[in-house]
Design a binder for this molecule. Structure first.
Ligand SMILES: CC(C)(COP(=O)(O)OP(=O)(O)OC[C@H]1O[C@@H](n2cnc3c(N)ncnc32)[C@H](O)[C@@H]1OP(=O)(O)O)[C@@H](O)C(=O)NCCC(=O)NCCS
Length: 405
């Protein structure tokens, strides 16, 4: 007798679902038409005590860039349990059922606390780097701009101009979540109540010499005045630039804004090129945390659908307590970064053994598999297998997640 049931949500649950999650996160968010249209009740689960919702989780239908491909990934969010019903296994029941039911081969999420999701087989797969840039010390890149190279877009319809750039970024870097048209609308919403004392969002764009937009930055400012003079703060929300010229020009603009003393950015990659362009990288004040967590829900499909940096032919023994059908031995073969990979079950002896958690952590190419040997979380049975697997799972660009969903 657990005192609660778990069921699939229905459209009519939207408001109560949102109220529950809002209460759990201590975060004000109002029900609105856009939220209702994006709800996907069939992809949401609720825990109920009698008629009342006491726990929630949902999976958003989005794609994700992984090494060499863009694939469907269940984007898990809205995990919340009413404060009066915590620590009775409600979240465990919701998350376990969700992981067994999602059709995608991988699930991803951002965790409010790093201690929550490892027990369900999620591994921290991407490091997020936040910057608190001291603009007086950083030494921005020197750029001479053409007239018209930088400009601004009004928010209306901006999504349709920016969407192709996000798709291009997906082809270059793992960890980037795709956005539907509705997703862009939600991303660019700018309700005055949500600005926290900052200005309206500015949409800065870079144009190549044909006039086409090849980079953008979403940012806001905040007035601040110290006894020594102006010390405004710049909050950079997102910067996507495909060509190096666009990347350099956008950063130069943001790092040299008049009256500003500090720039905050929460979504830099650990190998963010900006580090090479400024004269004083320590003035970036970098802080690294876990960002995207990834759970492999179907080993064969998950390993099949990404590419591998070097040729590999190895047998992996994977342990999975939560999804027993996932456990077993798998042979992974691939001929290098541009070749399709093949993963199939095998009875051959294993070259390496690991749990699904470590497979998830290494999946995006941001965590070397060898990292886990030092704590016995991966075991090498065939000499050399760990070095080959580590090289194969790695990728030239580190993964980064540029949006908390
Ligand atoms: C986090 C939350 C969903 C947990 O719900 P819950 O129903 O109490 O979780 P469970 O009872 O299933 O706990 C399962 C295990 O996770 C652990 N756990 C729960 N919350 C945790 C946290 N915040 N940090 C670390 N461990 C946590 C529990 O101690 C328990 O461990 P045990 O089995 O070793 O005893 C709930 O407390 C909540 O809504 N918190 C605020 C919102 C939030 O942080 N949501 C997550 C968004 S990513």
């Amino acid at each position: 007798m657990t005192g609660f049931d778990v069921r699939a949500a229905v459209a009519e649950d939207y408001e109560e679902f949102l109220a529950l999650f809002r209460g759990a996160m201590m975060f004000e968010m109002q029900a609105d038409d856009l939220g209702r249209r994006m709800f996907e009740p069939e992809r949401a689960l609720v825990a109920v005590d009698g008629d009342e919702i006491i726990g929630t989780t949902r999976a958003l239908t989005r794609d994700l860039s992984v090494p060499g491909a863009v694939v469907p990934a269940a984007h898990v969010t809205a995990v919340g349990v009413r404060a009066t019903h915590r620590r009775r296994g409600v979240m465990s029941e919701l998350i376990s059922r969700q992981l067994r039911e999602v059709p995608e081969a991988i699930a991803v999420l951002w965790a409010s606390e790093p201690g929550i999701y490892g027990r369900f087989g999620y591994g921290a797969a991407a490091w997020g780097t936040s910057y608190e840039i001291d603009l007086r010390r950083v030494g921005p890149p020197a750029v001479r701009l053409r007239p018209g190279e930088l400009g601004e877009l009004p928010a209306e319809d901006a999504g349709k101009h920016l969407a192709p750039l996000l798709r291009s970024l997906q082809e270059r870097r793992p960890g980037i979540s795709g956005r539907s048209e509705l997703g862009w609308q939600k991303h660019l919403l700018d309700k005055p109540d949500d600005r926290g004392g900052k200005t309206a969002r500015r949409i800065l764009v870079h144009r190549d010499d044909t006039g086409a937009i090849d980079g953008y930055a979403l940012w806001r400012g905040k007035l601040s005045w110290e006894s020594s003079g102006p010390a405004n703060e710049v909050s950079l929300e997102e910067l996507v630039a495909i060509e190096p010229s666009a990347y350099r020009a956008l950063w130069q603009h943001l790092l040299t804004l008049d009256l500003a003393a500090k720039l905050e950015f929460g979504y830099a990659a650990i190998d963010e090129p900006l580090q090479q362009l400024v004269t004083t990288p320590t003035a970036l004040n970098r802080r690294v945390t876990e960002s995207l967590w990834l759970r492999v829900t179907d080993v064969v499909r998950a390993l099949d659908q990404r590419r591998y940096a070097v040729p590999v032919d190895l047998v992996f023994e994977v342990a999975d307590d939560l999804i027993p059908a996932n456990a077993g031995r798998y042979r992974l073969t691939a001929a290098g970064p541009v070749a399709e990979a093949r993963c199939e079950r095998t009875l051959d002896p294993a070259d390496l053994s690991l749990a699904v958690t470590e497979l998830g952590a290494a999946y995006l190419g941001g965590r070397p598999l060898a990292e886990f040997a030092a704590t016995d979380r991966i075991t090498e049975h065939t000499p050399g297998a760990l070095a080959t697997a580590t090289a194969a799972f790695g990728w030239p660009a580190h993964p980064v997640s540029i949006e908390i969903f």
